[in-house]
Design a protein around this ligand. Structure first.
Ligand SMILES: Cc1cc2nc3c(=O)[nH]c(=O)nc-3n(C[C@H](O)[C@H](O)[C@H](O)COP(=O)(O)OP(=O)(O)OC[C@H]3O[C@@H](n4cnc5c(N)ncnc54)[C@H](O)[C@@H]3O)c2cc1C
Length: 491
């Protein structure tokens, strides 16, 4: 490859999802002199919100906190994928970000050279069907956490016998007609909870088949404080900031209460569900999980729509194990036959480690599982690289925003000191530190993460090697934390 075909940028952002676009905004505002590019496999921006097109697709957390800190959200708290895409589109247009994005570019390999102090990326240009190279000083990984192309579907006995259609929400066929069909949705996460009320009006019946219950909170899809502030003609920027702060304050209380008084929090959550389903409904069998509230983000059910579909008899819940697929549906361990024309496998994701890019450091292949995370966003032995992995409990974008601010501060710091390389490195006092899994399985245990935790970096037991997943701590620490802390080695 000749040098003419290699483009160089100070910063290269992987992915044009909500994290990558947010990163671009921060760079333009805080490091306007840096050249940068966003490389994105798909043919447009949005990431998660472009990939998923199943009926009803919407956020499960509120957009005051899932939206960016810098761009007011003016719609209802829970937003559809299209509303999120429109919001991101405005950020791109208002800040002229599109000139920085290359769509249809899949990064396949990333090689760090210590002598050149730069990354070289081998990239497939999908439109032109050729391999191109990019080099950059700093790599900003905003590739999300799951494989967009391949959903996770477990193998069940008898699947080949089923005569109907099996679909995964991640690859929803545009032409799937479910009018007057019997549908079984396997799973009880936010996706199942979204799909079911969106399909229930048209289907003959839709059944949610779950192995075990999930926490949900049923709430009107409006925010009273936001409505009041708008009535008072308060500027959108202020309303966004105030409502965001209030939601985060309330969430912090609930998270703390979930640790201290889990039973009380449980009861509060069940109360809202019982109000819709009535006293005769077996809430304990279908909606009372064994785990503690907030071990995973609690999906918000706007206007309780899932529960209204159940109350109306259009949808129902079965809590049971799958024994086998049969010709006309699913037989459960307890012997029930759930008839189905369509089976939806809302069974989650396959974790994608670092965007499935194969990394080498000075010609040595990277074993990511051997690295130790620095504040959950940089890694020992990995130079000039940051990874945005959002929060499980709070909105993902809160962390993307905080990390973006940190990257810009780090880049400014390196410029002011004339450094070109930064590598997190265990200090002498850290050498004997116990290493733990990337997340504490007691505390956060979504299936996609537990299936692949052995491939993930480790975390340490002392700062800055802990991965706390604690927004309320990060928000105070990350914007001011010391950059010369002895654990970041600069050259
Ligand atoms: C259905 C669904 C609903 C969700 N709802 C919420 C919610 O309400 N609240 C919340 O906090 N979180 C939610 N999440 C988690 C969600 O994924 C994140 O909140 C957020 O959208 C992730 O944004 P991202 O930009 O970091 O990654 P993604 O949205 O995953 O985008 C990553 C982008 O990187 C691109 N990419 C990856 N690898 C490469 C490569 N090698 N080369 C080039 N491009 C690459 C991908 O094509 C993609 O466009 C939800 C997830 C799903 C699947």
């Amino acid at each position: 490859m000749t040098n003419e075909t290699i483009e160089h940028f100070d910063v290269l952002i992987v992915g044009a999802g909500i994290s990558g676009i947010g990163g671009a905004y921060h760079l333009l505002q805080e490091c306007p002199d840096k050249s940068f590019v966003i490389l994105e496999t798909m043919d447009s921006f949005g990431g998660t919100w472009k990939t998923h097109t199943y009926p009803g697709i919407r956020s499960d957390s509120d957009l005051y906190t899932f939206g960016y800190g810098f761009k007011p959200w003016t719609g209802p708290p829970i937003a559809t994928a299209q509303e999120i895409l429109d919001y991101m589109g405005e950020v791109i247009e208002e800040n002229d970000i599109s000139t920085h994005i290359r769509y249809g570019h899949t990064i396949e390999t990333a090689q760090w050279s210590s002598s050149e102090k730069r990354w070289t990326l081998s990239v497939k240009n999908l439109e032109e069907g050729r391999q191109v190279e990019f080099t950059c000083g700093f790599l900003w990984m905003c590739q999300g956490y799951y494989r967009h192309t391949d959903p996770y579907t477990p193998e069940w006995e008898g699947m080949e016998q089923f005569q109907g259609t099996i679909v995964h929400p991640q690859t929803w066929p545009d032409d799937l007609d479910y009018t007057n069909k019997k549908v079984v949705v396997i799973g009880s996460g936010a996706t199942a909870a979204t799909l079911i009320p969106a399909m229930a009006d048209k289907t003959e019946h839709v059944t949610m088949l779950q192995r075990s219950p999930t926490f949900f909170v049923a709430r009107p899809n409006n925010n009273e404080l936001a409505d009041t502030l708008r009535q008072l003609d308060i500027p959108d920027e202020w309303t966004h900031e105030i409502v965001r702060k209030k939601i985060l304050f309330d969430q912090e209380q609930i998270v703390q209460m979930s640790f201290q008084y889990p039973d009380l929090v449980r009861e509060e959550l069940y109360k809202g569900i019982r109000e819709i389903l009535g006293e005769d409904y077996d809430v304990s069998e279908h909606f009372e999980p064994a785990y503690r509230p907030w071990q995973q983000r609690i999906a918000l059910i706007p206007d309780g729509d899932l529960f209204h579909s159940i109350a109306a008899g259009d949808a129902s819940v079965v809590t049971d194990e799958i024994a086998t697929f049969v010709e006309n549906g699913i037989e459960t361990e307890s012997g029930q036959l759930l008839e189905a024309d369509i089976i939806v496998t809302a069974t989650g994701f396959d974790l994608s480690i670092l965007g499935d890019i194969s990394f080498t450091i000075d010609d040595e292949p990277l074993d990511f599982s051997k690295t130790v995370g620095y504040r959950g966003m940089m890694f020992t032995g990995l130079p000039n690289l940051i990874w945005v992995f959002g929060y499980f409990r709070a909105s993902w974008t809160l962390r993307a925003d905080l990390i973006a601010g940190y990257v810009c501060r780090l880049l400014q710091h390196m410029d002011s000191k004339g450094f070109q390389t930064v590598i997190p490195t265990l200090r002498p006092e850290d050498e004997d530190m116990e290493l733990l899994p990337w997340v504490d399985p007691e505390n956060f245990n979504p299936g996609y993460l537990m299936r692949s935790i052995h491939l993930m970096p480790k975390q340490g037991t002392v700062d800055p090697w802990k991965h706390t997943q604690d927004y309320w701590r990060d928000k105070d620490e990350l914007p001011v934390v010391e950059l010369d802390d002895g654990a970041l080695l600069y050259k």
